[in-house]
Design a protein around this ligand. Structure first.
Ligand SMILES: Cc1cc2nc3c(=O)[nH]c(=O)nc-3n(C[C@H](O)[C@H](O)[C@H](O)COP(=O)(O)OP(=O)(O)OC[C@H]3O[C@@H](n4cnc5c(N)ncnc54)[C@H](O)[C@@H]3O)c2cc1C
Length: 484
């Protein structure tokens, strides 16, 4: 039995005894020597909510807002000290609120609206977004570049959660599920205030890793089919000089003009060649130099990718990866200083607190969106949103610049009565996942899952007993756009 299989088995054992926890999974070394500590039974303080949303990231923020605004008493549990997740840490621009209208010369449609759109509007008011800046080059990839100020995103979304009356448990790690057969009764949360049980009627797992679903005994796989990544924000750069250098090298391949430091018609996204020497060295550290910016003198997301040899779920594999990627980020800034005019005095202005993953666990749901569903632009009789972006475009695009639907059944965790998922955990096919995992898709899924969870809690029913027409009506009332 290899270490990963062993860890998985230990996790299942933990779950079998009730409020199991991956924290119970022995770390490397200890388990192999057969060392264990038997935890004494302990009474935990308990709280009661209607809905628990696990993970305040890209999907979770929207799920909690949707749930609380539907009147459900909602708890949001987040390991870090702020909401936002990978949207503030990994990506470059929010792909995508629009269909691929420019590439296909079809009607321009904003296909994701509702709460995700509201977040962008709130950010615009505080200078935290480029707007939906139209791509002048590379519009066969995306029609727009919607880039955010990562720090204002954390603040604005936390304010919105607070206004909606969400109980925001940040710096709190979800470490177990309390099960009653196939029904989740509650979760175990650990913080500096202690360990507690949080009961609810409906649950939404937005942890990206699928932690809650795994604790609840859902079926899952660990595809490990992407590089993980840290993105570094590089300060003290001259973007116009940077752009000129790309032009001198035959680019850019992607370009968009939008609001930067409060001024319209400024470069906010640029990608292109930075010379052969730079490219050769960048290749060695998995660096991709596509970047966006909301501010002058700042390249917001320079990505350093690293394929973790073991598992992104394994603490010790990830510890080694964190070190490797930190070295790569320092090297990336060095390369900019050495080779790119306008970057001579660049420095590392921002990194993510932890490595970002593109996929952790794939959680088995009642439906698994296929690549054909995506590129053929299929819609379902239980659509909860429409989406039109594919991260492998122009190689793969949604047919005719249209959209496909994400069905409600794709968010219902198979075999569990009252648990939904939203975000990068759905869709097993890597090519289809290259679409469904993108930020704006995750946000839309979050609105659907949060709304459904609140409706189920109000009716005291399981996720499969909720009538689709009821859910659809609620989503439409809350501004969600449908194409069929
Ligand atoms: C390097 C990189 C670049 C990308 N580039 C783009 C891009 O340019 N455009 C785009 O649209 N998409 C991009 N993506 C994809 C996109 O950003 C992600 O797929 C998406 O943001 C995932 O959202 P999520 O809600 O599933 O997870 P996340 O946003 O990661 O949210 C998960 C949250 O759960 C919390 N959490 C996890 N476990 C626990 C626990 N046990 N207890 C409590 N809290 C927990 C985490 O701290 C986190 O806040 C990129 C992804 C990466 C990694």
């Amino acid at each position: 039995m290899n270490r990963r299989e062993f860890s998985k088995q230990m996790l299942m054992v933990g779950m079998g005894v009730g409020a199991g926890s991956a924290m119970d999974t022995p770390a490397q070394g200890a388990s192999e020597r057969g060392n264990y500590y038997e935890e004494p039974a302990k009474k935990l303080p308990a709280r009661k909510f209607d809905v628990v949303v696990a993970g305040a990231g890209t999907a979770g923020v929207v799920a909690a807002l949707a749930s609380a605004r539907r009147g459900a008493k909602t708890a949001l549990i987040e390991a870090k000290g702020y909401p936002g997740g990978t949207v503030t840490e990994g990506g470059t621009a929010l792909h995508s609120f629009y269909n691929l209208w420019k590439a296909f010369d079809v009607e321009k449609r904003q296909v994701v609206r509702g709460i995700p759109h509201e977040i962008i509007s709130r950010l615009m008011k505080v200078g935290g977004c480029t707007g939906h800046a139209e791509m002048t080059r590379g519009f066969d990839f995306d029609s727009v570049c919607t880039a955010i100020d990562t720090e204002l995103y954390k603040l604005v979304t936390m304010q919105m959660l607070d206004e909606a009356g969400v109980f925001i448990a940040v710096n709190t790690l979800l470490t177990g599920a309390i099960m009653d057969g196939s029904r989740v009764k509650g979760v175990i949360a650990n913080s500096r205030s202690g360990r507690e049980a949080i009961y609810a009627r409906s649950f939404v797992d937005c942890t990206a890793y699928g932690d809650l679903a795994a604790y609840a005994g859902a079926k899952y796989t660990e595809p490990n089919d992407y590089a993980c990544c840290n993105s570094v924000g590089i300060g003290n750069v001259n973007i116009d000089k940077y752009h000129d250098f790309i032009k001198a090298n035959g680019g850019p391949s992607q370009l968009a003009f939008g609001i930067r430091s409060g001024q319209p018609d400024k470069i906010v996204r640029v990608q292109g060649p930075l010379g052969a020497e730079f490219a050769a060295e960048a290749g060695k550290i998995g660096m991709s130099s596509v970047t966006t910016t909301v501010h002058d003198n700042y390249l917001m997301f320079i990505k350093c990718n690293y394929k973790v040899p073991g598992s992104v779920i394994n603490r010790d594999d990830m510890a080694r990866a964190e070190l490797e990627v930190r070295k790569r980020m320092a090297k990336a800034v060095e390369l900019f200083r050495k080779y790119v005019p306008g970057c001579e005095k660049a420095f590392m202005a921002r990194t993510s607190p932890t490595l970002c993953i593109r996929r952790g666990r794939f959680i088995k749901c009642d439906y698994d969106i296929s690549h054909e569903d995506v590129i053929e632009g299929r819609h379902f009789d239980d659509d909860v949103m429409a989406y039109g972006f594919h991260d492998s475009a122009p190689r793969y695009q949604v047919k005719d610049g249209g959209t496909y639907g994400i069905p409600y059944k794709a968010l219902r965790v198979a075999g569990i009565e009252n648990l939904l998922v939203a975000g990068m955990m759905i869709t097993s096919d890597h090519r289809a996942h290259m679409s469904t995992r993108n930020t704006v898709s995750c946000m839309g899924q979050g609105q659907a899952a949060g709304t459904a969870a609140a409706l189920c809690a109000a009716k005291n029913c399981g996720t499969r007993e909720l009538s689709y027409s009821h859910l659809r009506q609620a989503l439409e009332n809350d501004g969600v756009y449908f194409e069929s």
